[in-house]
Design a protein around this ligand. Structure first.
Ligand SMILES: *Cc1c(COP(=O)(O)O)cnc(C)c1O
Length: 371
């Protein structure tokens, strides 16, 4: 195997405990996009063992994959096209977010053994998923009628904030809109148990947004969008040098002759490229750790490989390479890769390709209870 993504479930366990302690209400572990690239079932089981009570995913397919892995906890799926497998979801006790009257209609018409458990979803200010405020009252009334007919049970009301800062105007408006939405729902006769607005950032910084539950994804794997809290990074990308060559000054490196060595040096070949999730945009800015030393990436990152400048160090083919990790041993963090690439840590870690093997380190409580 050319590279491995090592997943430290101790880090997930410690992050979950911290987030559960901060949340006023229940904690939903969001394991969409294969648990942010860390393995949905592993992250789900670890989070459930350390304080999360429920799971959240984007599409029904992700929820059914967790059921197939034997995960039995309540799961909410919040973003589905109108032709999604509602019957399969209800059969497997997957709750569904409802962002529109059209979605409510497809759920009511789908053959199902029992009423579908639904969460009405309001867009609180991103013009993205969720019902527009102008449609909210009609959606609440239609859901209340569907509940009386026995087609659905309205078990939740949800929104999602667009900014990490609790004092930002956009966050304050989001909280206000959500409070308004709860009142409208109450007026339509809806009294759902779950009312949820906060993701990782608001769970860490904004108790006013907590309501009865927090939905946290990034924080579980050590990414803090609020920049306030030291969480534990859970993923380390490791490989080793394929080859080492001595080159004179003036040697051109990589596609497009983008880089030229300024002195005699040694170049090392790393078998990872942009198809493995290392953005080409990070070329000539990024660095990795080779045998304990930071070495710059030189030339353009290719689809399958990149070249590092080892300087005058004696390094042999097979020397260990850490591309990113916790940073505790001098290796780059996801945050550094994100800065080099003009993106977020989320995009780097969810982009690690399928030809990189996953190796899971089980939770052994290395960070201690309450860490
Ligand atoms: C991804 C997502 C979350 C989790 O957000 P984090 O910032 O990763 O904690 C919560 N709710 C919704 C609707 C999401 O799409």
């Amino acid at each position: 195997m050319n590279a491995v993504l090592e997943i430290d479930l101790d880090a997930v366990a410690a992050n979950t405990r911290l987030l559960a302690a901060r949340a006023t209400g229940e904690l939903m572990a969001v394991v969409k996009a294969d648990g942010f690239g860390h393995g949905a079932a592993d992250v789900a089981r670890t989070a459930l063992a350390h304080g999360a009570t429920r799971l959240g995913v984007t599409g029904i397919g992700e929820a059914l994959a967790l059921r197939a892995e034997g995960v039995g906890a309540p799961i909410l799926s919040w973003l589905n096209t109108l032709d999604a497998d509602v019957s399969g979801a209800v059969r497997h006790r997957v709750e569904l977010a409802v962002p529109s009257l059209e979605h409510l209609g497809t759920i009511c018409r789908a053959p199902r053994p029992v009423p579908a458990a639904i969460h009405l979803h309001l867009d609180v200010g991103m013009a993205r998923d969720g019902a527009a405020p102008a449609q909210w009252a009609a959606l609440c009334r239609a859901a209340a009628r569907a509940q009386r007919r026995g087609d659905v049970r309205v078990v939740g009301l949800m929104g999602h904030l667009g900014c990490a800062d609790p004092d930002d105007l956009c966050t304050r408006q989001g909280r206000t809109r959500f409070a308004w939405a709860l009142e409208i729902a109450r007026g339509a006769g809806l009294r759902p148990r779950h009312r949820h607005l906060a993701a990782t950032a608001a769970t860490l910084t904004d108790p006013l947004a907590h309501h009865t539950m927090s939905r946290v994804g990034a924080g579980l794997v050590g990414i803090d969008p609020s920049g306030t809290t030291a969480l534990h990074a859970a993923a380390t990308l490791r490989t080793s040098l394929v080859s080492v060559r001595e080159v004179p000054a003036g040697t051109v490196v990589g596609y497009g002759h983008d880089h030229r060595t300024t002195r005699a040096t040694r170049l090392g070949l790393v078998p990872l490229g942009y198809a493995d999730g290392l953005p080409r945009a990070a070329s000539d800015r990024a660095s990795v750790v080779v045998a304990g030393h930071r070495c710059p990436v030189v030339g353009l990152i290719s689809m399958d490989q990149l070249v590092v400048d080892l300087g005058r160090r004696e390094v042999s083919p097979g020397a260990p390479v850490t591309v990113f990790g916790t940073g505790e041993r001098g290796e780059p963090t996801l945050t550094e890769w994100a800065a080099w690439s003009g993106t977020l840590p989320h995009e780097i870690v969810t982009g690690v390709g399928l030809r990189t093997a996953r190796v899971v380190l089980p939770a052994r409580h290395a960070y201690g209870v309450g860490a």
